[in-house]
Each structure stands twice: as structure tokens, then as C-alpha cells.
Design a protein around this ligand. Structure first.
Ligand code: ATP
Length: 249
């Protein structure tokens, strides 16, 4: 389970995340949506231990990420927006190295080729990471997340630059992770993908949660029985913009 408990993150005087609370339960995929600058990446970076919260906390399987980082991180897999990969390893060495870090070399020795072929990387197995295209790098970053059997999966904009077959494989892998009891959080701007992929969504605007639930729950809360996710998203985020007083010149 992944739990955001009143998370606040400030960059100097800028409040990027403002009291964010929600939970991703085992066996569900939650979409984290919001316009540019809403605070999605900041919230995710706090969740995976890259940024320290200003206030509040995040729990991975009950472990506070700040107080018990090893316990939390060993149960978590993260695919960042811009994957930082080891350029001078081969694709196979890279995955092997990640498996070693998580003490899952046995699993990788057994299932490594399956993982490589699933992400269309088998042919590139012995190529240096530095020679991969943008989309292949993204596929490798996603494959790294599946090297160890994480209980919580966090993906920040995972489908940018990935071809349709890669996106289909990724969705399949995320559904499998969900069905095996993983808690999955995905940030995306692709509302149609979110609608098809996610059990629930959390919509952020200006660092605050402006909606949470299934599409039907958000429709019901707004009294708009047949609105699309796009229509609801645009209304909610516009309302958040309108509610913010203009910055004095
Ligand atoms: P996008 O969809 O464009 O990726 P986002 O929802 O992920 O946006 P964040 O990257 O979390 O948004 O940014 C939230 C706010 O915090 C923005 O106003 C951004 O300018 C600001 N911000 C992000 N990183 C920093 C930083 N290192 N220093 C100062 N401000 C930052």
C-alpha cells in the first residue's frame, strides 16, 4: 500500500504540494493527473525518497519513507519521467545490476530473457545503453521496475516516447502487477489512457487535490452523469485557476 498523509512540499516560498492525502491500495491502479506544474512529479519524488517532505509523510507498506528508507525502498519500484540509466552497461548487464541491487539475481537468471523479450529488448541485450533510442530507454526503465517483485509501483509519465506495441505491453504488465496485488500509481497527461488503465484517479491543481475517485464517483460528485474525464478535468482545473488570486504586479 502507498499512502500520502497530508504531504506538503515547499521550494523556498513556493508551495508545490499542499496537504495531499490519498491511498493506493494493493490491487489497484491510481492515476495521478494534473496540468503542468500541478505538483505531480514533486509528490512522486517525495514518495520515492528523492525529495524530503516539508510536512506530512508518505508510507510504503506501512514504512515511513523518511524514517525507514531502506524498508520502504526495497518494496518500491520507480520509473522516472527521464530515466537515468547506466550508459556504459549493456542492456543485459543493466537489468542484472538492478536485480543484484534488489537481491533478486536468482529471479533474473531464471526469467531475464522473458523480461527482455516482453520489452522488445532481447535483440538489444548486448548493446550499450548509450546506443538505445529514446523509446527503448523508456522500455528498459520500465523493465528495471519489474526486475524485483515490488509491492508498490510508481511511474511518472511512463508512456512518453514509447511506440503503440510498447504501450500495450506496458499496460499488460501493469494489469498483471495490479492483479498480483501490487499498488500502482501512474502520473500521466493522457486522459484516455488514464480512463482505460486506472481504477481511480486523483486530480491535482496548484498542489491541491481537487478530485479523487472513479470516473462515476467524480461525475456523481459534480452532478454530471455523462461528462467525460477530459471535461471534468478541464472544469476542475479551471476552477482551481479561477480561485487563485492574481499575483500583484
Ligand atoms: P508537469 O506536468 O509539467 O511535469 P508537475 O505536475 O509534475 O508538472 P512539478 O514538476 O511537481 O509539477 O512542479 C510543481 C511546481 O513546483 C511548479 O510550479 C514548478 O515550477 C515548481 N518546482 C518544481 N521543481 C522545483 C525546484 N527544484 N525548485 C523550485 N520550484 C520547483
Amino acid at each position: 500500500m502507498l499512502q500520502f498523509a497530508s504531504l506538503v512540499k515547499k521550494y523556498k516560498n513556493h508551495l508545490a504540494v499542499d496537504g495531499l492525502s490519498f491511498t493506493v491500495n494493493p490491487g489497484e491502479i491510481v492515476g495521478l493527473l494534473g496540468p503542468n506544474g500541478a505538483g505531480k512529479t514533486t509528490a512522486i519524488r517525495c514518495a520515492v525518497g528523492i525529495l524530503r517532505p516539508t510536512d506530512g509523510a508518505i508510507y510504503v507498506c506501512g514504512y515511513n519513507v523518511e524514517d525507514s528508507p531502506s524498508e520502504a525502498k526495497s518494496r518500491l519500484a520507480f520509473v522516472p519521467e527521464l530515466p537515468a540509466l547506466y550508459e556504459l552497461l549493456t542492456v543485459n548487464e543493466h537489468l542484472r545490476f538492478i536485480a543484484m541491487c534488489f537481491r533478486r539475481l536468482d529471479l533474473f537468471e531464471r526469467d531475464g530473457d522473458l523480461l527482455l523479450s516482453r520489452y522488445d529488448l532481447l535483440e538489444k541485450k548486448d548493446k550499450l545503453v548509450a546506443t538505445l533510442s529514446k523509446g527503448m530507454r523508456q522500455k528498459l526503465a520500465v523493465a528495471c521496475a519489474f526486475v524485483h517483485d515490488a509491492k508498490v509501483l510508481v511511474l511518472d509519465e511512463p508512456i512518453i516516447g514509447v511506440d503503440p506495441a510498447g504501450i500495450a505491453e506496458m499496460k499488460k504488465a501493469l494489469f498483471e502487477a495490479r492483479d498480483s496485488g501490487c499498488a500502482v500509481l501512474v502520473s500521466t497527461h493522457q486522459l484516455d489512457t488514464a480512463e482505460r488503465l486506472c481504477n481511480r484517479v486523483v486530480i491535482l491543481a496548484k498542489g491541491k487535490k481537487v478530485a479523487e475517485g472513479t470516473l462515476d464517483e467524480i461525475r456523481a460528485a459534480r452532478g454530471q452523469g455523462d461528462a467525460t474525464l477530459e471535461e471534468l478535468f478541464l472544469q476542475l482545473t479551471q476552477e482551481a485557476r479561477d480561485a487563485t488570486p492574481p499575483v500583484p504586479l
